[in-house]
Design a binder for this molecule. Structure first.
Ligand code: 13P
Ligand code: SF4
Length: 302
């Protein structure tokens, strides 16, 4: 593994590349990244970096975001089949229909959506800034919030906005049941529960803190407590253990693993740097329609 890491480092310099990794990626991928973060942080980095090549270790829609924001750069996705199970392919047509039914509504879409959906949206959001994005919209406007119904209901609770929520959800977060979390709390009575807003509402009722992955890490650092139950994807444990080696972290459920996030390997990163493939390219016409919704998000929350 050491040799492979050295080869990646060498290729990275030769290619003038930067490696961005989502915090749900496997530990060995987060370890070689120049920047790790949640989807909001990664989109900020993708917009700001001077590198000519971005190796995006995450899922397809996140790399597409980088391609929309930085069309002049080469965007590589080492695991081309890393999709997101929050979607079905019908979303684009269904959203078009919903917009026709509600022509005055403001469309807020999660950054993990296909470029074609971003192109139909007024503004994008991530779990880190969804509340701020919705608060930036006039109070009398109805909002079509797409696609995570759990993030939508969390934002609704925080803002009281008039939200039409899409029926989809993130299966990784939705897999955590109230009973399983209750059992973890009984096993670790001193632990605080730090949770991602994409968990189901009845599960969120058992949380001590709700926030994006970046905010979960900040809270674990800030809190005087020493034990935590972590209710988000398993990859975050790498960041938490690095940031707070003296504290204990227990994953709320061993089912909270996103198979798509785990498709990136060091071999695939190396191969992408050698071949400059698989490359993510968004057709210019779609990109031009999609870039506005991302830039609006970055302007509000950057
Ligand atoms: P963020 O907290 O980075 O938005 O992550 C949620 C998620 O499920 C990304 O795939
Ligand atoms: Fe999609 Fe959920 Fe996996 Fe993120 S964690 S890529 S939202 S399925």
């Amino acid at each position: 593994m050491k040799n492979l890491v050295q080869e990646i480092e060498k290729l990275k310099k030769e290619r003038r590349a930067v490696i961005l990794a989502h915090v749900y990626q496997p530990p060995e991928i987060q370890a070689i990244a120049d920047y790790t973060g949640d989807s909001f942080g990664l989109s900020q980095q993708a917009a700001a970096t001077n590198a000519e090549v971005i190796v995006f270790c995450g899922v397809h829609f996140m790399a597409e975001t980088a391609a929309i924001l930085s069309p002049e750069k080469t965007i590589l996705l080492p695991a081309l089949d890393a999709g997101c199970l929050m979607f079905d392919d019908m979303i684009e047509q269904a959203l078009k229909k919903k917009i026709q039914e509600k022509p005055d509504a403001v469309v807020v879409s999660y950054v993990n959506t296909p470029a074609a959906v971003k192109a139909m949206s007024d503004i994008c959001c991530t779990s880190a800034n969804a509340v701020a994005v919705v608060e930036s919209i006039a109070r009398d406007k109805e909002i079509i919030f797409v696609p995570d119904r759990n993030l939508a209901s969390y934002v609704q609770e925080q803002t009281n906005a008039n939200i039409f929520s899409w029926p989809s959800c993130c299966p990784t977060h939705a897999r955590l049941s109230k009973e399983e979390l209750q059992a973890m709390k009984e096993k670790h009575p001193q632990a605080l529960v730090l949770m991602h807003p994409e968990c189901e509402p009845e599960v969120r009722g058992l949380a001590d803190f709700i926030g994006s992955t970046t905010n979960i890490v900040k809270e674990a650092k800030r809190s005087p407590n020493h034990e935590f139950i972590i209710a988000t994807e398993q990859g975050v444990l790498y960041q938490l253990e690095k940031a707070c080696p003296e504290k204990s972290f227990y994953l709320a459920s061993d089912k909270m693993v996103c198979s798509n996030m785990k498709k990136t390997t060091l071999e695939k990163v190396k191969s992408s740097l050698i071949q400059l493939e698989p490359r993510i390219i968004v057709p210019e016409e779609t990109r031009l329609r999609a870039v506005g919704s991302l830039k609006k998000m970055l302007a509000i929350c950057g």
